[in-house]
Design a protein around this ligand. Structure first.
Ligand code: TXA
Ligand code: MG
Length: 327
């Protein structure tokens, strides 16, 4: 059963409860916490195993990229590259209900699974005092999607989180109802000017006032290449390996490299096993890293062993099918 810890900012146990939550996060566990928009389901954004537990708890059929929550601008600048306009938005609206999608910085520590393999990163500094205190106590970026099961509504109370995720996560920090109640506004500041990816708690008008120009929508009129570059859930077009993928391979041919699961292929330098013991959480944690490394070997075909379709297997198979799709 999942524990619930009630806390208010003048609670005398505040520091002890947060230290406990940070310990759970350091151990790779999952903690739901209030933000001013909705409750988030947090895990260590720098650990693929920890992030895999978020996807497992949510029962997501695919790996959506997650927002990395950070404590301050310095921490954000280690993860993402800020254009002038991105900096203007950050200065104006952080902490608050704004998420910026930025090119990944070379100093970034947010793991590939949290980014769903993209070379961009979604960053947010939340305003809620419990969220901020948790991130500061933990000291690392906190990956957190909304704390609901996949396909359900975003939770705005600890009770909503408990209904959806009891038994699937370690701890819920109850800080009362979320005040904004809708998710953050997401703006991509990639190679083009700012684009609205998701409307949310911060209005278009507020953003345009700061930018002093109209905010463009996700897909520019007449643009053919911009859409797949930034659309959420379209990871295949972001990171597709150069090599072809041969799925459900029962054996590996000598000219192929291999992405194994559960020790099916004979061990070799060009074979990476997602999880020799057949654990789907471990497999998810390794997926993007191993695909990158196999691609770098330069073999034209990667043989991919069958992955069971239950639990995180569904999301792993979804990602592999996208990567294998003809282009
Ligand atoms: O208010 C919120 O934003 C809440 C709180 C917990 O912060 N979080 C939230 O997360 O709504 P989630 O996972 O439910 O939605 C995050 C959205 C997804 O639609 C995802 O595709 C998009 O952010 N996203 C994350 N990283 C991205 C990236 N690199 N490029 C494009 N979209 C990205
Ligand atoms: Mg959500």
């Amino acid at each position: 059963m999942t524990r619930i810890a009630r806390l208010t900012s003048d609670d005398q146990d505040f520091v002890a409860v947060l230290a406990d939550a940070a310990r759970i996060l350091q151990g790779g566990g999952t903690v739901a916490f209030p933000t001013e928009t909705v409750y988030g389901l947090g895990a260590d954004a720098t650990s693929a195993e920890a992030v895999a537990r978020i996807y497992a708890a949510k029962g997501r059929p695919a790996f959506n990229p997650l927002i990395a929550h950070v404590a301050n601008l310095e921490a954000a600048a280690l993860q993402g590259l800020f254009s002038t306009e991105a900096s203007m938005l950050a200065e104006a609206f952080w902490p608050g209900p704004l998420t910026l999608v930025l090119p990944l910085a070379t100093s970034a520590s947010v793991c590939a699974l949290a980014r769903a393999g993209l070379n961009s990163v979604a960053l947010r500094i939340p305003r809620h005092p419990i969220a901020r205190a948790l991130i500061e106590t933990f000291g690392r970026p906190l990956a957190a999607p909304s704390a609901n099961r996949s396909g359900r509504m975003s939770p705005v109370t600890a009770a909503h989180v408990f209904e959806d995720l009891n038994g699937a996560i370690d701890l819920i920090l109850d800080g009362g109802p979320a005040s904004v109640g809708v998710e953050s506004t997401i703006i991509a500041c990639l190679d083009e000017g700012p684009r609205l990816l998701r409307p949310g708690g911060l209005t278009r008008q507020d953003i345009e006032t700061v930018l002093k120009r109209p905010l463009e929508d996700r897909v520019a009129a007449g643009s053919s290449h911009a859409a797949p570059l930034i659309a959420p859930g379209m990871m295949a077009s972001h990171y597709a390996p150069h090599a072809q993928l041969r799925l459900d391979a029962l054996t590996r041919e000598p000219q192929e490299s291999g992405l194994d699961f559960g020790g099916r292929f004979a061990p070799a330098a060009e074979v990476f096993d997602l999880s020799p013991r057949g654990d789907l959480i471990e497999a998810a944690a390794h997926l993007f890293d191993y695909l990158h490394r196999l691609d770098q070997l330069g073999k034209p075909v990667i043989a991919v062993a069958p992955i069971p379709h239950h639990g995180l297997g569904e999301a792993i198979n979804d990602r592999l099918r996208r990567a294998a799709a003809p282009r």
